[in-house]
Design a protein around this ligand. Structure first.
Ligand code: ADP
Ligand code: MG
Length: 347
C-alpha cells in the first residue's frame, strides 16, 4: 500500500487563516493578491499585500522563469535537466553546471558534512531503489542489494567548485539528488523575484515551504501555523503552534508524506544514507525556521534523518529553530529547540 500526501491534507506548515485569505480576495479589497500555480509535483503561491495591478503580469513571468530555471537545473524528474545529465554521465572530470546547481550543491555538501552524512546529496541510488524516485515501487530490497548501493553513495565522492560552477564525481556511478533542498531554494528565488520588483511585504510558498518578508495585509507580522497532528482528530482539537515572522524561511520534513507499507512495516522516503534503510525512529516530522527557505528545507530533512535525540542535540548545538513532532504510545509529543521556542506564539 502506498500513500502520498500533499501538504493540504497532512501535518505541516500552513498559514493561519489561509483559506480565509483565499476566499476573501474578491470580497475584501484589503486581502493580499495571490499568484499561484503548479510546480514540483505540488502548488506554489505568492502573496504580496500591496501588489500593483500593473506588476501582476511581470511578477507572474518572473516567478515562472525562476521555477523553470530550478527545474531545468535540478529536477531529477526531467530527463534533460543538468542534474540528469550529470547523473547519466560517467565522467570523473569537472562538469560545468548552472550557477544555481553549483550553489545548492555547495549548501547540500555543507549540511552533509555538518551531519557527518545523515544528510547526503548522493543518496539518489538508495532513494530510487526504495521506490521513491521517478519510478515508484513497493518492492523491499534485499540486504545485499542495499550493501551494493551503499558503495555508490557518499558525499565525500562529490566535489563542487563555485568559482567555475562545476561538479566532479570521483566514481562514475555517483548520482546527485537535491530533492531535499532544491524546493527551498526555489522558494528563495521566488522571494528574490518579488523583492527585485521593490516589494518588502510578501509571503511566497511552494508545497508548504515558505519565506516571508515584512508584514501581511493587516500590517502585522506574518502568522504561520505548524499544525499539531491531533488537530481535527475526533475529540481532540489542539490548536496549531503559531509563529509570528517578519523574515525567514520555514520548512517541514515528515516521514508520513510519502511512504509505503509492506508486511505491516512502513517505509518512508527519508533514507538514512548511513544504513541504506528508510528512517525507522519515532520522529514524525521536523519543522525548521532559518534565514532562508533553502537552509530550512535541508535542515528539516537532515534532522528528520538524525531522529529525535541526535537531531535535537544537533539543532541545539547549531542554534537552529526547530520543532519536532514525535510519535508516542498514545498520540504525539512535541519538542521545541530553544530558538524555536523564542518564535512560537499562541495562534
Ligand atoms: P519533501 O518530499 O516533502 O520535499 P524533504 O525535503 O524531506 O521532503 O525531501 C525528501 C527527498 O529528499 C526524498 O524524496 C529524497 O529524494 C531526498 N532524500 C531522502 N533521504 C535523504 C537524505 N538522507 N539526505 C538528502 N536527501 C535525502
Ligand atoms: Mg527538505
Amino acid at each position: 500500500m502506498r500513500f502520498k500526501l500533499t501538504n493540504n491534507n497532512s501535518i505541516g506548515v500552513r498559514l493561519i487563516g489561509f483559506a480565509l485569505l483565499v476566499v476573501g480576495i474578491s470580497a475584501c479589497s484589503r486581502e493580499a493578491p495571490i499568484l499561484n500555480g503548479a510546480t514540483m509535483g505540488t502548488t506554489y503561491s505568492v502573496i504580496v499585500p500591496s501588489l500593483k495591478s500593473s506588476d501582476q503580469e511581470v511578477l507572474q513571468s518572473l516567478v515562472e522563469a525562476a521555477l523553470s530555471r530550478v527545474n531545468t537545473a535540478m529536477s531529477t524528474y526531467q530527463a534533460d535537466s543538468s542534474i540528469s545529465r550529470f547523473n547519466n554521465s560517467r565522467t570523473t572530470d569537472w562538469f560545468v553546471v548552472p550557477t544555481d546547481f553549483a550553489y545548492v550543491t555547495e549548501a547540500a555538501l555543507q549540511i552533509a558534512s555538518a551531519t557527518v552524512g545523515a544528510f547526503d546529496p548522493t543518496v539518489g541510488p538508495l532513494v530510487s531503489r526504495w521506490g521513491f524516485g521517478k519510478d515508484q515501487s513497493d518492492a523491499v530490497p534485499e540486504a545485499d542489494e542495499i550493501d551494493g548501493l551503499l558503495e555508490q553513495v557518499g558525499y565525500k565522492s562529490l566535489q563542487v567548485n563555485i568559482e567555475t560552477n562545476s561538479l566532479r564525481k570521483s566514481s562514475g556511478d555517483l548520482q546527485v539528488d537535491l530533492n531535499a533542498i532544491a524546493k527551498g531554494y526555489a522558494v528563495d528565488l521566488l522571494a528574490e523575484a518579488v523583492a527585485d520588483l521593490g516589494y518588502v511585504n510578501f509571503l511566497v510558498e511552494i508545497g508548504g515551504e515558505l519565506r516571508v518578508s515584512g508584514k501581511n495585509s493587516d500590517a502585522q507580522a506574518w502568522r504561520v501555523g505548524v499544525e499539531n497532528p491531533t488537530s481535527g482528530a475526533a475529540g481532540k482539537d489542539d490548536p496549531p503552534i503559531g509563529l509570528l515572522l517578519e523574515s525567514g524561511g520555514v520548512a517541514t520534513s515528515g516521514d508520513y508524506r510519502n511512504a509505503f507499507e509492506s508486511d505491516g512495516v512502513r517505509y518512508s522516503h527519508i533514507i538514512d544514507p548511513r544504513s541504506g534503510y528508510p528512517v525507522s525512529h519515532k520522529l514524525a516530522s521536523v519543522t525548521v525556521v532559518a534565514d532562508t527557505a533553502m537552509y530550512a528545507d535541508a535542515w528539516a530533512t537532515a534532522l528528520m534523518v538524525l531522529g529525535p535525540d541526535e537531531g535535537m542535540k544537533l539543532a541545539e548545538s547549531h542554534g537552529l529553530a526547530s520543532y519536532f513532532i514525535v510519535r508516542a504510545d498514545e498520540g504525539f509529543v512535541t519538542f521545541s529547540s530553544a530558538e524555536f521556542a523564542k518564535l512560537a506564539r499562541s495562534p
